[in-house]
Design a protein around this ligand. Structure first.
Ligand code: ADP
Ligand code: ADP
Length: 226
């Protein structure tokens, strides 16, 4: 039951008369319950891969199948539609709006989607409950710890019931104990059926996942499940 299948996927950038092979003939599969860390030195292609998985960018060549849909050939409108339906994003810098409380931050994607207020509130409360923040819904981000803020961001990423959660250095601004709490939440979400894929530079964080994919020079250097 592959959620993502990429075959012979490449992404080249033209820089003057140079061609940069940010991803070079990559083939990868992600399964429904995968909990995967993408590692690799700076410039190895991690962001390029995440942008393609997240339907923010398309490959130069190769195929990308996401839940049975061929993403590689989609135009921007189709990409936006599939992104909103299938993908939740979590960032190192949290990206919450400071003037809104937790509930309002989490509801935001549903406002854009035109969902009515009572359903918005119900779904936002349920997402905040899943990340253990049921008692903080009226707090603003400034009144929360870093770990709590990241949990709000994870709740926001969950609100459209995406099949895939993508996280770019989600623990980069957190201390060790808090980082492990966040990784535990991702682990629970993967067991509940989400595909979790994150970028990290930290070995101990990568070892909280069940699969480590190492990139080098746009190629897969290793891909190990535990
Ligand atoms: P990482 O996330 O592992 O640091 P990236 O995916 O950002 O790696 O970059 C992979 C390679 O592609 C690097 O050589 C980088 O300079 C190049 N690259 C990334 N984005 C662009 C871009 N928009 N234009 C040109 N080159 C790019
Ligand atoms: P890096 O290769 O160092 O991770 P990126 O260009 O991927 O650099 O990201 C730079 C910053 O912007 C990161 O903090 C990342 O979380 C954030 N970011 C990247 N893509 C998006 C996006 N689509 N929306 C909001 N923030 C983003």
């Amino acid at each position: 039951n592959a959620v993502i299948t990429m075959q012979s996927l490449s992404r080249y950038y033209e820089m003057g008369d140079q061609i940069v092979k940010a991803l070079d003939n990559v083939s990868l599969e992600f399964l429904k319950n995968d909990y995967a860390a993408i590692m690799g030195p700076s410039g190895s292609g991690k962001s390029t891969l995440m942008n393609i998985i997240g339907c923010l960018d398309t490959p130069t060549s190769g195929t990308y199948d996401l839940n049975g849909q061929n993403v590689a050939d989609m135009d921007d409108d189709e990409l936006a539609r599939i992104r909103n339906r299938e993908i939740g994003f979590v960032f190192q810098t949290f990206n919450l709006l400071p003037r809104l409380n937790c509930l309002q931050n989490v509801e935001l994607p549903l406002i854009y989607a035109g969902i009515d207020p009572s359903e918005r509130r119900e779904r936002a409360e349920s997402a905040l409950t899943r990340v253990g923040l049921a008692d903080r819904i009226t707090h603003r981000p400034t009144e929360l710890s870093g770990g709590q803020i990241q949990r709000v961001a994870i709740a926001r990423a969950l609100i459209n019931k995406p099949s895939i959660i993508l996280a770019d250095e989600p623990t980069g601004n957190l201390d060790t104990a808090t980082s492990h709490d966040i990784m535990e939440i991702f682990g629970e979400l993967s067991r509940a059926g989400n595909t979790i894929i994150l970028i990290t530079h930290e070995e101990d964080i990568a070892h909280c996942t069940s699969r480590i994919i190492r990139l080098r020079d746009g190629k897969i250097e290793s891909d190990e499940r535990r």
